[in-house]
Design a protein around this ligand. Structure first.
Ligand code: DGP
Length: 142
């Protein structure tokens, strides 16, 4: 959302209004100090592969496989536990984008999509994200 506002109105606003708008949207979208919100906003450390009005896609900083990509909603949602019925189409969109990125990355033999949820689920960044992992044989789960 922030990057969208920036692209649309950012350059036409005087600097003090730009700072105010930025501050307003950070609070409105409950971004705090979230590192993925900073990436969505365009100020975090990430190689961005895709952006649209709902999601941002970038390479994982600590790849667990030759291809390791994260698909994150632009709106700050802490984890799967904070999802509401209204988020169903956003979640569907994340999977459709994952499929498109997998094709773009030539993962025609398959890949793994994972959403770690909560500390015991292995979640370390509390901004919901879908891991797209591929480029090597995955071990069976369980
Ligand atoms: P999880 O453990 O499921 O919460 O996954 C978080 C992932 O985020 C982990 O694989 C490493 C990645 N990560 C953490 N900080 C950054 C960052 O600043 N930039 C990028 N690109 N990835 C990050």
């Amino acid at each position: 959302m922030i990057s969208f506002v920036r692209q649309r109105w950012g350059r036409s606003l005087p600097p003090f209004l730009r700072r105010f708008a930025h501050f307003f949207f950070r609070i409105y979208y409950n971004m705090g100090d979230c590192i993925f919100c900073k990436i969505v906003e365009g100020t975090g450390q990430a190689a961005i592969l895709h952006r649209d009005e709902q999601v941002t896609v970038f390479r994982d900083l600590h790849p667990a496989a030759p291809t390791h990509i994260l698909i994150v909603p632009n709106r700050h949602i802490e984890s799967v536990n904070q999802l509401e019925d209204a988020d169903a189409s956003l979640m569907g969109h994340m999977f459709v984008v994952a499929k498109q990125i997998a094709a773009q990355e030539n993962l025609s033999d398959g890949y793994r999509l994972t959403v770690n949820t909560g500390p015991q689920g292995g979640q370390t960044v509390f901004h919901l994200h879908l891991h797209l992992i591929g480029g090597r044989q995955m071990r069976a789960m369980g």
